[in-house]
Every structure is written in C-alpha cells, then in structure tokens.
Write a protein that binds this ligand. Structure first.
Ligand code: ATP
Length: 330
C-alpha cells in the first residue's frame, strides 16, 4: 500500500491490535488533545469501533479532552478538539482540571488523574493515548541527558493499568499523514515553540537534536532508541520484582535488616531502598539519585552518620543493625 492510504491503515490496525483482547461491549476512551497524534488515534478508534459493531465482538469508543486551563483560550481549544472527535462519530466530553504547580509533569499528573476519573465514571475498560515512536525516542534521549537509570530510559510502556498506547510503533509522520489523508486539521500546541520550558526542550530535541543524530549516525536512530527502551523496560521490570523480594526478606518488626541489604547486589539494594522510601511516604517524583545514594551510604558506608532527610518530611536512620524510615521528628 502506498500514498495516503498507508498511514490511515497503519493507525487503524495499531488500534485494532491494542483493543483486541477487550470483551464484547467494552467501552474505550480516547484521550484527545486535538494534536496530530491523538486526532489520528481518535479517527482510528472511531473507524475500528464502527467496524467492530458488524462483528461478533463490538466495542464502543468515546473521547475525553482535558482542559488544563494553563493558557488563555484553552477552553476553546478543548471544545474544538471535542467537536473534531464528534465529527469522527465519537461522543466526546471536555473535562476541566486544576493543575497543581507548573511544568509538564504537573500537567501530566492532573491529566492522568482526570482520565482515570472519567474512566471510572464511565466504566471504561481502556484509555488510549497517542504517544508515538518519536515521543518514545525523545523520552529516551532526554533521560540519557539527565543521567537517568533504566526505569526512566525504559520510556513509556505500551500498556500499563488501563492506559494503552497503540501508536508507539508508528512515526509522527504516520499520524500527520493519516490526519492529512482524512482531511483532519490538527491543533499545534504553541507551548512547543518556547513559552514552556519542558515542552520547549522536548520540541528542540524533536526539531534540532534528532535530525542531527539521523544525519550523523544514519537513519533509524529513533527506532533504535525505542528498541533500547523496550529492552531496558524488560530489565527494569525484572529488577523491580527482585528488589521487592529483597525488601520482603530484609523486613523486620523494627526496620530493615542492614545485614540482608549489605549482602545484596547494589542494583537491587538501591531499588529496594528507593521503594522503601516511597512506601514510607516520600513522593516518587521528588526522590532523586542523591537521596538514594545517601540512603545507601547508611548501609554500605556506615560511620555513625546521622539521619538522612528525604522529600515529604521523611527521615531514615540506622541503629542497632536496622534501617528505619518514617516521618522526621518535628
Ligand atoms: N489535553 C489533553 N486531553 C486529552 N488527552 C491528552 C491531552 N494532552 C495530551 N493527551 C494525551 O496524551 C498523549 C501525549 O500527549 P503529548 O502532549 O505529550 O504528546 P503529543 O505527541 O503532542 O500528542 P498530540 O499530538 O496528541 O497532542 C496525547 O496523544 C493524548 O492521547
């Protein structure tokens, strides 16, 4: 298949593959910003759901547009996106959220919470997101530049909980091509052009860094980065399971057994310590490499040092061969 039909067919078959395991009658939400990726996704979902009605295994699709309220006119943009989805045959809701903080991460947290709430309220089995292979490659590059570990370099999973990302194997050129072939006019986020630091950085990776890498290293760099993410995700998933086993065997009534942690491999010990800190109430997003290193020093470089302060008002201290984590004394 060539020409405009190819990206349209690629998006449709990616959607069909992503929802193939859902029971008949399932409701699928499409998270749509109105941008090219999620508009192509909405079009694909509308088509495949319509087609499923003629089979023995029908499912229903509807769209949710989140209005983050971060830019003037955001309600209008959200309404336009919802109207575009309705034009494709999908019932669509706009959900307004309050973003607690600034930056891409705060908006993302509010968005995912709103999508979960919508899915609960509507009884949806799955929520589809429009991330593409290009988004994955950019995530890996940004993670490398920050010195991230395997979990962050593993990028986004094709499915986690109710969220599914059918387009992770497709390129942005496919979603743009699908929109063009279907006569859809996607919205282009103006924050990508420099008004918002996180989005602007990602946009520069997209428009400046990736083309240089492709020119110097040859084509296929984005695919290679996405492949690395897949391999690292499998590794990180295994290490997380093993770290939980370690934590379980180190747990004692009065804290974590330092001898058990000392004997463990660093890759497992540091993961176990990070997980113990999160379980004690330290927010995952604020817990950095330096915090985990300071916790690890209480185990492996012990010289009677004082408690380690962690984000969220949590403290870790070692005494009598035990590591205890809990609220810092006030
Ligand atoms: N305001 C929103 N409302 C609903 N879903 C959203 C919204 N913003 C993002 N999403 C979902 O998250 C996905 C990733 O969004 P992000 O803005 O990071 O990437 P993008 O590549 O610019 O996607 P798009 O082209 O769809 O805007 C989108 O494809 C969409 O599924």
């Amino acid at each position: 298949m060539t020409g405009p039909a190819r990206p349209v067919a690629a998006v449709r078959s990616a959607v069909a593959a992503a929802v193939g395991d859902l029971p008949p009658g399932a409701l699928v939400l499409v998270a749509c910003s109105g941008g090219p990726d999620s508009l192509a996704l909405a079009a694909g979902a509308a088509f495949v759901a319509e087609r499923s009605a003629r089979t023995g295994s029908p499912w229903r699709a509807r769209a949710v547009v989140v209005d983050h309220g971060l830019q003037g006119g955001s309600a209008h943009v959200a309404d336009e996106a919802a109207a575009a989805c309705r034009g494709l045959g999908l019932p669509a809701d706009v959900v307004a959220v309050t973003v607690d903080g600034t930056g891409e991460a705060a908006a993302r947290t509010a968005r995912y919470a709103a999508l979960e709430r919508s899915a609960d309220a509507l009884g949806a089995s799955a929520v589809l997101l429009g991330h593409t292979l290009d988004d994955q490659a950019e995530t890996v590059l940004l993670g490398l530049a920050r010195g991230s570990g395997a979990r962050a370099l593993a990028g986004m999973a094709p499915a986690r909980g109710r969220f599914r990302r059918p387009l992770l194997g497709l390129r942005r050129t496919d979603t743009l091509g699908a929109c063009a072939a279907l006569g859809l006019t996607p919205w282009h986020d103006p924050t990508n052009d420099g008004t918002h630091a996180d989005a602007a950085l990602r946009s520069r990776v997209r428009t400046e860094v990736m083309p240089v890498l492709e020119r110097v290293l040859g084509p296929g760099v984005a695919e290679a980065l996405a492949r690395s993410a897949d391999q690292l995700r499998a590794d990180a998933d295994l290490l997380d399971v093993l770290a939980q086993d370690l934590l379980a065997s180190a747990r004692a009534a009065d804290g974590l057994d330092v001898d058990v942690l000392t004997a463990a491999a660093p890759a497992l010990r540091t993961r176990a310590l990070r997980s113990a800190a999160i379980a004690a109430g330290s927010p995952a997003g604020a817990l950095g490499h330096a915090h985990v290193q300071a916790l690890d020093a209480l185990i492996t470089r012990w010289h009677g040092q004082g408690p380690v302060a962690l984000p969220g008002g949590i403290a870790a201290h070692r005494s009598c061969g035990r590591l205890a984590l809990g609220p810092a004394p006030g």
